[in-house]
Ligand binder design. Structure first.
Ligand code: NDP
Ligand code: GDR
Length: 365
Protein backbone atom coordinates (compact mmCIF):
# COMPACT_ATOMS: atom_id res chain seq x y z
CA UNK A 1 0.00 0.00 0.00
CA UNK A 2 1.23 3.50 -0.86
CA UNK A 3 2.55 5.44 2.11
CA UNK A 4 0.16 8.30 2.86
CA UNK A 5 1.22 11.86 3.55
CA UNK A 6 -0.52 14.49 5.64
CA UNK A 7 -0.08 18.22 6.12
CA UNK A 8 -0.95 19.57 9.56
CA UNK A 9 -1.35 23.30 10.04
CA UNK A 10 -1.03 24.14 13.74
CA UNK A 11 1.33 21.22 14.35
CA UNK A 12 3.01 23.06 17.23
CA UNK A 13 -0.29 23.30 19.14
CA UNK A 14 -1.91 20.78 21.48
CA UNK A 15 -3.93 18.89 18.85
CA UNK A 16 -1.22 19.17 16.21
CA UNK A 17 1.24 17.38 18.49
CA UNK A 18 -1.17 14.53 19.33
CA UNK A 19 -2.24 14.19 15.69
CA UNK A 20 1.36 14.12 14.42
CA UNK A 21 2.19 11.34 16.89
CA UNK A 22 -0.96 9.43 15.90
CA UNK A 23 -0.22 9.69 12.14
CA UNK A 24 3.45 8.78 12.52
CA UNK A 25 2.35 5.61 14.34
CA UNK A 26 0.16 4.88 11.31
CA UNK A 27 3.25 5.17 9.10
CA UNK A 28 2.30 8.49 7.47
CA UNK A 29 4.82 11.00 6.20
CA UNK A 30 3.84 14.08 8.20
CA UNK A 31 4.43 17.66 7.08
CA UNK A 32 3.77 20.39 9.60
CA UNK A 33 3.44 24.11 9.15
CA UNK A 34 5.12 26.21 11.78
CA UNK A 35 5.34 29.97 12.04
CA UNK A 36 8.39 31.96 12.79
CA UNK A 37 8.56 33.06 16.43
CA UNK A 38 11.32 34.75 18.40
CA UNK A 39 11.45 31.83 20.85
CA UNK A 40 11.29 28.11 20.07
CA UNK A 41 7.68 26.98 19.65
CA UNK A 42 8.22 23.30 18.84
CA UNK A 43 8.52 21.88 22.38
CA UNK A 44 5.32 19.83 21.99
CA UNK A 45 6.71 17.91 18.98
CA UNK A 46 10.44 17.84 19.74
CA UNK A 47 10.19 14.20 20.87
CA UNK A 48 8.80 13.22 17.44
CA UNK A 49 11.36 15.06 15.34
CA UNK A 50 14.36 13.47 13.65
CA UNK A 51 16.85 15.54 11.69
CA UNK A 52 15.78 15.61 8.02
CA UNK A 53 19.11 13.95 7.09
CA UNK A 54 18.23 10.82 9.08
CA UNK A 55 17.04 8.00 6.79
CA UNK A 56 14.04 7.31 9.07
CA UNK A 57 12.82 10.92 9.18
CA UNK A 58 9.10 11.11 8.43
CA UNK A 59 8.23 14.42 10.09
CA UNK A 60 9.10 17.59 8.18
CA UNK A 61 8.45 21.20 9.16
CA UNK A 62 7.82 24.14 6.84
CA UNK A 63 7.57 27.84 7.65
CA UNK A 64 4.23 29.41 6.80
CA UNK A 65 1.36 31.43 8.18
CA UNK A 66 -2.42 31.30 7.87
CA UNK A 67 -2.41 34.97 6.89
CA UNK A 68 0.01 34.43 4.00
CA UNK A 69 -1.51 32.79 0.89
CA UNK A 70 1.84 32.47 -0.82
CA UNK A 71 3.29 30.33 1.96
CA UNK A 72 0.18 28.11 2.09
CA UNK A 73 0.15 27.54 -1.67
CA UNK A 74 3.89 26.85 -1.73
CA UNK A 75 3.71 24.32 1.11
CA UNK A 76 0.77 22.44 -0.40
CA UNK A 77 2.43 22.36 -3.82
CA UNK A 78 5.73 21.19 -2.37
CA UNK A 79 4.35 18.53 -0.02
CA UNK A 80 1.51 17.17 -2.23
CA UNK A 81 -0.39 15.81 0.78
CA UNK A 82 -3.16 13.20 0.61
CA UNK A 83 -4.76 14.72 3.70
CA UNK A 84 -4.75 18.25 5.11
CA UNK A 85 -5.69 18.84 8.75
CA UNK A 86 -6.36 22.53 9.26
CA UNK A 87 -5.76 23.01 12.98
CA UNK A 88 -3.97 26.36 12.93
CA UNK A 89 -5.95 29.16 14.52
CA UNK A 90 -5.91 31.96 17.03
CA UNK A 91 -7.79 29.58 19.30
CA UNK A 92 -8.34 31.61 22.48
CA UNK A 93 -11.92 32.88 22.81
CA UNK A 94 -11.12 35.69 25.28
CA UNK A 95 -8.16 36.88 23.18
CA UNK A 96 -10.43 37.06 20.11
CA UNK A 97 -12.25 40.00 21.76
CA UNK A 98 -8.87 41.79 21.96
CA UNK A 99 -7.72 40.81 18.44
CA UNK A 100 -10.92 40.36 16.41
CA UNK A 101 -9.51 41.32 13.03
CA UNK A 102 -6.46 39.09 13.31
CA UNK A 103 -8.66 36.23 14.54
CA UNK A 104 -10.90 36.59 11.47
CA UNK A 105 -7.88 36.78 9.20
CA UNK A 106 -6.20 33.62 10.48
CA UNK A 107 -9.25 31.51 11.43
CA UNK A 108 -11.79 32.46 8.73
CA UNK A 109 -9.78 33.73 5.74
CA UNK A 110 -6.92 31.34 6.54
CA UNK A 111 -9.27 28.41 5.93
CA UNK A 112 -10.41 29.93 2.64
CA UNK A 113 -6.77 30.44 1.61
CA UNK A 114 -6.04 26.73 2.05
CA UNK A 115 -9.14 25.63 0.16
CA UNK A 116 -8.36 28.04 -2.68
CA UNK A 117 -4.74 26.90 -2.82
CA UNK A 118 -5.93 23.30 -3.21
CA UNK A 119 -8.29 24.36 -6.01
CA UNK A 120 -5.77 26.59 -7.80
CA UNK A 121 -3.21 23.77 -7.72
CA UNK A 122 -5.80 21.43 -9.28
CA UNK A 123 -5.62 19.11 -6.25
CA UNK A 124 -9.30 19.22 -5.28
CA UNK A 125 -9.90 15.59 -6.30
CA UNK A 126 -6.69 14.32 -4.66
CA UNK A 127 -6.71 16.02 -1.26
CA UNK A 128 -8.94 15.26 1.72
CA UNK A 129 -9.47 18.30 3.96
CA UNK A 130 -10.32 18.39 7.66
CA UNK A 131 -11.44 21.64 9.28
CA UNK A 132 -11.09 22.07 13.06
CA UNK A 133 -14.57 23.37 13.80
CA UNK A 134 -15.80 23.94 17.30
CA UNK A 135 -18.65 23.66 19.79
CA UNK A 136 -18.27 27.45 20.18
CA UNK A 137 -20.40 27.63 17.00
CA UNK A 138 -23.40 26.70 19.19
CA UNK A 139 -22.66 29.65 21.52
CA UNK A 140 -26.02 30.71 22.90
CA UNK A 141 -27.34 27.18 22.79
CA UNK A 142 -30.61 26.55 20.99
CA UNK A 143 -30.91 22.89 21.99
CA UNK A 144 -29.48 20.59 24.70
CA UNK A 145 -27.48 18.48 23.96
CA UNK A 146 -25.97 19.96 20.77
CA UNK A 147 -25.63 17.81 17.65
CA UNK A 148 -24.85 18.32 13.94
CA UNK A 149 -28.34 19.72 13.23
CA UNK A 150 -28.44 22.19 16.16
CA UNK A 151 -28.58 25.81 14.92
CA UNK A 152 -25.44 27.92 15.41
CA UNK A 153 -25.33 31.16 17.43
CA UNK A 154 -21.70 32.35 17.79
CA UNK A 155 -20.87 34.48 20.82
CA UNK A 156 -17.35 35.76 20.11
CA UNK A 157 -15.17 37.01 17.25
CA UNK A 158 -13.48 33.58 17.44
CA UNK A 159 -16.75 31.72 17.02
CA UNK A 160 -17.89 34.05 14.22
CA UNK A 161 -14.61 33.43 12.37
CA UNK A 162 -14.96 29.68 12.85
CA UNK A 163 -18.54 29.92 11.55
CA UNK A 164 -17.21 31.30 8.27
CA UNK A 165 -14.58 28.53 8.15
CA UNK A 166 -17.30 25.92 8.78
CA UNK A 167 -19.50 27.14 5.93
CA UNK A 168 -16.70 27.74 3.44
CA UNK A 169 -15.63 24.13 4.01
CA UNK A 170 -19.19 22.96 3.31
CA UNK A 171 -19.31 25.22 0.25
CA UNK A 172 -16.10 23.86 -1.29
CA UNK A 173 -17.42 20.34 -0.72
CA UNK A 174 -20.65 21.17 -2.56
CA UNK A 175 -19.25 23.49 -5.25
CA UNK A 176 -16.12 21.54 -6.24
CA UNK A 177 -16.94 18.03 -4.94
CA UNK A 178 -13.94 18.24 -2.62
CA UNK A 179 -13.56 15.72 0.17
CA UNK A 180 -13.86 18.40 2.86
CA UNK A 181 -15.41 18.01 6.29
CA UNK A 182 -15.84 19.69 9.66
CA UNK A 183 -15.09 18.08 13.00
CA UNK A 184 -17.25 20.01 15.48
CA UNK A 185 -15.12 19.26 18.50
CA UNK A 186 -16.13 20.07 22.06
CA UNK A 187 -13.44 21.19 24.55
CA UNK A 188 -10.55 18.76 24.80
CA UNK A 189 -7.63 19.07 27.14
CA UNK A 190 -4.39 17.33 28.10
CA UNK A 191 -1.14 17.92 29.97
CA UNK A 192 0.08 19.89 26.92
CA UNK A 193 -2.98 22.16 26.78
CA UNK A 194 -2.07 25.85 26.42
CA UNK A 195 -1.48 27.35 29.86
CA UNK A 196 -4.13 30.07 29.52
CA UNK A 197 -7.10 27.78 28.88
CA UNK A 198 -9.03 27.27 32.08
CA UNK A 199 -8.28 23.57 32.73
CA UNK A 200 -4.53 23.90 32.39
CA UNK A 201 -4.55 27.19 34.25
CA UNK A 202 -6.23 25.37 37.14
CA UNK A 203 -3.99 22.28 37.24
CA UNK A 204 -0.84 24.35 36.79
CA UNK A 205 -1.86 26.81 39.51
CA UNK A 206 -2.83 24.10 42.01
CA UNK A 207 0.45 22.29 41.41
CA UNK A 208 2.39 25.52 41.98
CA UNK A 209 0.33 26.34 45.07
CA UNK A 210 1.07 22.85 46.41
CA UNK A 211 4.82 23.50 45.93
CA UNK A 212 4.65 26.96 47.47
CA UNK A 213 5.39 28.74 44.16
CA UNK A 214 2.07 30.59 43.92
CA UNK A 215 -0.42 32.04 46.45
CA UNK A 216 -3.80 32.13 44.91
CA UNK A 217 -5.84 31.05 41.89
CA UNK A 218 -7.82 33.81 40.15
CA UNK A 219 -10.58 32.75 37.77
CA UNK A 220 -13.50 34.27 35.89
CA UNK A 221 -16.90 32.62 35.41
CA UNK A 222 -16.93 29.59 37.72
CA UNK A 223 -20.40 28.51 36.62
CA UNK A 224 -19.59 27.96 32.92
CA UNK A 225 -20.42 24.36 31.97
CA UNK A 226 -18.26 22.44 29.48
CA UNK A 227 -18.11 18.97 27.96
CA UNK A 228 -14.41 18.16 28.49
CA UNK A 229 -12.61 15.26 26.77
CA UNK A 230 -8.99 14.23 26.15
CA UNK A 231 -7.18 15.62 23.07
CA UNK A 232 -5.54 12.24 22.38
CA UNK A 233 -8.99 10.67 21.87
CA UNK A 234 -10.26 13.54 19.71
CA UNK A 235 -7.47 13.51 17.10
CA UNK A 236 -8.40 9.91 16.33
CA UNK A 237 -11.91 11.11 15.45
CA UNK A 238 -10.40 13.71 13.08
CA UNK A 239 -8.44 11.00 11.28
CA UNK A 240 -11.48 8.68 11.07
CA UNK A 241 -13.45 11.49 9.37
CA UNK A 242 -10.99 11.48 6.46
CA UNK A 243 -11.05 7.69 6.01
CA UNK A 244 -14.66 7.37 4.88
CA UNK A 245 -16.11 6.95 1.41
CA UNK A 246 -17.88 10.33 1.48
CA UNK A 247 -17.22 13.44 3.56
CA UNK A 248 -19.59 14.39 6.36
CA UNK A 249 -19.51 16.70 9.40
CA UNK A 250 -19.35 15.23 12.90
CA UNK A 251 -19.82 16.36 16.49
CA UNK A 252 -17.14 14.94 18.81
CA UNK A 253 -17.93 15.07 22.53
CA UNK A 254 -18.11 12.96 25.68
CA UNK A 255 -21.78 13.66 26.50
CA UNK A 256 -20.85 14.65 30.08
CA UNK A 257 -20.81 18.15 31.47
CA UNK A 258 -19.05 19.82 34.45
CA UNK A 259 -18.69 23.37 35.66
CA UNK A 260 -15.39 25.23 36.01
CA UNK A 261 -15.96 25.10 39.78
CA UNK A 262 -16.29 21.29 39.65
CA UNK A 263 -13.06 21.05 37.64
CA UNK A 264 -11.24 22.99 40.38
CA UNK A 265 -12.75 20.76 43.09
CA UNK A 266 -11.78 17.50 41.39
CA UNK A 267 -8.25 18.76 40.64
CA UNK A 268 -7.73 20.08 44.20
CA UNK A 269 -8.93 16.78 45.60
CA UNK A 270 -6.25 14.93 43.58
CA UNK A 271 -3.48 16.86 45.35
CA UNK A 272 -5.15 17.10 48.74
CA UNK A 273 -5.67 20.86 48.66
CA UNK A 274 -8.63 22.24 50.62
CA UNK A 275 -10.36 25.17 48.96
CA UNK A 276 -11.82 28.43 50.14
CA UNK A 277 -13.92 30.26 47.52
CA UNK A 278 -13.72 34.04 47.56
CA UNK A 279 -16.21 36.20 45.66
CA UNK A 280 -15.57 39.11 43.29
CA UNK A 281 -14.00 42.17 44.92
CA UNK A 282 -12.95 40.46 48.17
CA UNK A 283 -9.30 41.15 48.93
CA UNK A 284 -7.93 37.92 50.29
CA UNK A 285 -4.83 36.04 49.25
CA UNK A 286 -3.00 32.79 49.81
CA UNK A 287 -3.99 30.22 52.39
CA UNK A 288 -6.51 31.31 55.03
CA UNK A 289 -6.05 30.61 58.77
CA UNK A 290 -7.60 27.16 58.43
CA UNK A 291 -5.03 26.21 55.76
CA UNK A 292 -7.48 26.38 52.86
CA UNK A 293 -6.26 27.55 49.46
CA UNK A 294 -8.03 30.64 48.17
CA UNK A 295 -9.71 30.57 44.77
CA UNK A 296 -10.84 34.09 43.94
CA UNK A 297 -13.05 35.50 41.22
CA UNK A 298 -11.42 38.23 39.15
CA UNK A 299 -13.81 40.00 36.74
CA UNK A 300 -10.87 40.57 34.38
CA UNK A 301 -11.50 37.04 33.18
CA UNK A 302 -15.18 37.62 32.37
CA UNK A 303 -15.94 37.80 28.63
CA UNK A 304 -18.12 40.47 26.99
CA UNK A 305 -20.42 37.66 25.86
CA UNK A 306 -20.10 34.24 27.46
CA UNK A 307 -20.98 30.71 26.36
CA UNK A 308 -22.60 29.44 29.53
CA UNK A 309 -23.25 25.82 28.73
CA UNK A 310 -22.10 23.21 26.21
CA UNK A 311 -22.98 19.53 26.08
CA UNK A 312 -22.42 17.42 22.97
CA UNK A 313 -24.32 14.52 21.46
CA UNK A 314 -21.78 12.54 19.40
CA UNK A 315 -24.15 9.70 18.40
CA UNK A 316 -23.34 10.20 14.70
CA UNK A 317 -19.60 9.82 15.28
CA UNK A 318 -20.18 6.81 17.52
CA UNK A 319 -22.41 5.09 14.95
CA UNK A 320 -20.71 6.02 11.66
CA UNK A 321 -17.05 6.37 12.69
CA UNK A 322 -17.08 3.74 15.43
CA UNK A 323 -15.50 6.39 17.66
CA UNK A 324 -15.91 6.81 21.38
CA UNK A 325 -13.95 8.68 24.05
CA UNK A 326 -11.53 6.44 25.95
CA UNK A 327 -10.53 8.76 28.81
CA UNK A 328 -12.88 9.58 31.69
CA UNK A 329 -13.13 13.07 33.14
CA UNK A 330 -11.43 12.07 36.40
CA UNK A 331 -8.58 10.32 34.55
CA UNK A 332 -8.08 13.43 32.40
CA UNK A 333 -7.85 15.68 35.46
CA UNK A 334 -5.55 13.21 37.22
CA UNK A 335 -3.19 13.02 34.22
CA UNK A 336 -3.01 16.81 33.97
CA UNK A 337 -2.42 17.19 37.73
CA UNK A 338 0.37 14.60 37.77
CA UNK A 339 2.24 16.26 34.90
CA UNK A 340 1.85 19.78 36.31
CA UNK A 341 3.03 18.59 39.72
CA UNK A 342 6.20 17.19 38.10
CA UNK A 343 6.83 20.57 36.45
CA UNK A 344 6.18 22.50 39.66
CA UNK A 345 8.48 20.19 41.64
CA UNK A 346 11.28 20.75 39.10
CA UNK A 347 10.72 24.50 39.30
CA UNK A 348 10.79 24.31 43.10
CA UNK A 349 14.16 22.52 42.94
CA UNK A 350 15.68 24.87 40.35
CA UNK A 351 14.42 28.16 41.74
CA UNK A 352 17.03 28.43 44.53
CA UNK A 353 19.68 28.08 41.83
CA UNK A 354 18.46 31.13 39.93
CA UNK A 355 16.05 29.64 37.37
CA UNK A 356 12.76 31.24 38.37
CA UNK A 357 10.91 31.13 35.04
CA UNK A 358 12.21 28.06 33.25
CA UNK A 359 8.76 26.48 32.97
CA UNK A 360 6.84 29.41 31.64
CA UNK A 361 5.97 32.98 32.21
CA UNK A 362 4.89 34.45 35.53
CA UNK A 363 2.67 36.98 33.77
CA UNK A 364 -0.90 36.41 35.02
CA UNK A 365 -3.05 34.41 32.64
P1 NDP B 1 -3.60 25.63 20.08
O1 NDP B 1 -3.87 27.04 20.39
O2 NDP B 1 -2.90 24.76 21.07
O3 NDP B 1 -2.76 25.54 18.73
C1 NDP B 1 -2.99 26.42 17.66
C2 NDP B 1 -1.95 26.21 16.60
O4 NDP B 1 -2.18 27.13 15.53
C3 NDP B 1 -0.50 26.45 17.05
O5 NDP B 1 0.33 25.54 16.39
C4 NDP B 1 -0.24 27.86 16.57
O6 NDP B 1 1.13 28.13 16.38
C5 NDP B 1 -0.97 27.81 15.25
N1 NDP B 1 -1.28 29.13 14.71
C6 NDP B 1 -1.99 30.11 15.29
N2 NDP B 1 -2.09 31.18 14.46
C7 NDP B 1 -1.41 30.85 13.34
C8 NDP B 1 -1.13 31.52 12.12
N3 NDP B 1 -1.57 32.76 11.87
N4 NDP B 1 -0.42 30.86 11.17
C9 NDP B 1 0.05 29.61 11.40
N5 NDP B 1 -0.18 28.93 12.53
C10 NDP B 1 -0.91 29.55 13.49
O7 NDP B 1 -5.00 24.99 19.68
P2 NDP B 1 -5.52 23.48 19.85
O8 NDP B 1 -4.46 22.55 19.45
O9 NDP B 1 -6.18 23.34 21.16
O10 NDP B 1 -6.71 23.44 18.77
C11 NDP B 1 -6.45 23.09 17.41
C12 NDP B 1 -7.59 23.62 16.56
O11 NDP B 1 -8.83 23.06 16.96
C13 NDP B 1 -7.76 25.14 16.59
O12 NDP B 1 -8.18 25.54 15.31
C14 NDP B 1 -8.91 25.33 17.59
O13 NDP B 1 -9.59 26.53 17.30
C15 NDP B 1 -9.74 24.11 17.29
N6 NDP B 1 -10.52 23.60 18.40
C16 NDP B 1 -9.91 23.30 19.60
C17 NDP B 1 -10.64 22.75 20.63
C18 NDP B 1 -10.02 22.42 21.95
O14 NDP B 1 -10.76 22.22 22.91
N7 NDP B 1 -8.70 22.31 22.02
C19 NDP B 1 -12.08 22.46 20.47
C20 NDP B 1 -12.60 22.78 19.15
C21 NDP B 1 -11.83 23.32 18.17
P3 NDP B 1 2.09 28.60 17.60
O15 NDP B 1 2.47 27.35 18.34
O16 NDP B 1 3.22 29.26 16.90
O17 NDP B 1 1.28 29.53 18.46
P1 GDR C 1 -13.23 27.92 25.73
O1 GDR C 1 -12.06 27.46 26.71
O2 GDR C 1 -13.49 29.37 25.79
O3 GDR C 1 -14.38 27.00 26.00
O4 GDR C 1 -12.58 27.61 24.32
P2 GDR C 1 -11.44 28.14 28.02
O5 GDR C 1 -10.74 27.06 28.74
O6 GDR C 1 -10.69 29.38 27.69
O7 GDR C 1 -12.75 28.60 28.85
C1 GDR C 1 -13.72 27.65 29.30
C2 GDR C 1 -14.68 28.36 30.23
O8 GDR C 1 -14.01 28.69 31.45
C3 GDR C 1 -14.35 30.02 31.81
N1 GDR C 1 -13.31 30.59 32.66
C4 GDR C 1 -12.05 30.88 32.28
N2 GDR C 1 -11.41 30.69 31.09
C5 GDR C 1 -10.10 31.05 31.01
N3 GDR C 1 -9.44 30.85 29.87
N4 GDR C 1 -9.44 31.61 32.08
C6 GDR C 1 -10.05 31.83 33.29
O9 GDR C 1 -9.44 32.34 34.20
C7 GDR C 1 -11.41 31.43 33.40
N5 GDR C 1 -12.31 31.45 34.41
C8 GDR C 1 -13.44 30.95 33.96
C9 GDR C 1 -14.52 30.73 30.47
O10 GDR C 1 -15.23 31.95 30.64
C10 GDR C 1 -15.27 29.67 29.67
O11 GDR C 1 -16.62 29.73 29.93
C11 GDR C 1 -11.85 26.41 24.10
C12 GDR C 1 -10.77 26.71 23.02
O12 GDR C 1 -9.93 25.59 22.92
C13 GDR C 1 -11.42 26.98 21.68
O13 GDR C 1 -10.40 27.07 20.69
C14 GDR C 1 -12.35 25.83 21.34
O14 GDR C 1 -13.01 26.09 20.10
C15 GDR C 1 -13.38 25.63 22.44
O15 GDR C 1 -12.70 25.38 23.66
C16 GDR C 1 -14.31 24.45 22.17
Amino acid sequence: MKQKSALITGITGQDGAYLAEFLLKKNYVVHGMRRRTSLFNTHRIDHLYLDAHEPNARLFLHYGDMTDSSSLTRIIQKTQPDEIYNLAAQSHVAVSFEEPEYTANSDALGTLRILEAVRILGMEKKVRFYQASTSELFGMVQEIPQKETTPFYPRSPYAAAKLYAYWITVNYREAYQMYACNGILFNHESPIRGETFVTRKITRALARIKCGLQDCLYLGNLNAMRDWGHARDYVEAAWLMLQREAPEDFVVATGEQRSVREFVEVAADKVGIKLRWVGEGVEEKGYDRAGNCVVAVDPRYFRPTEVETLLGDSSRARERLGWKPRTSFTDLVAEMMVEDLKEAECEEMLRPHGFPTVFGSRIAS
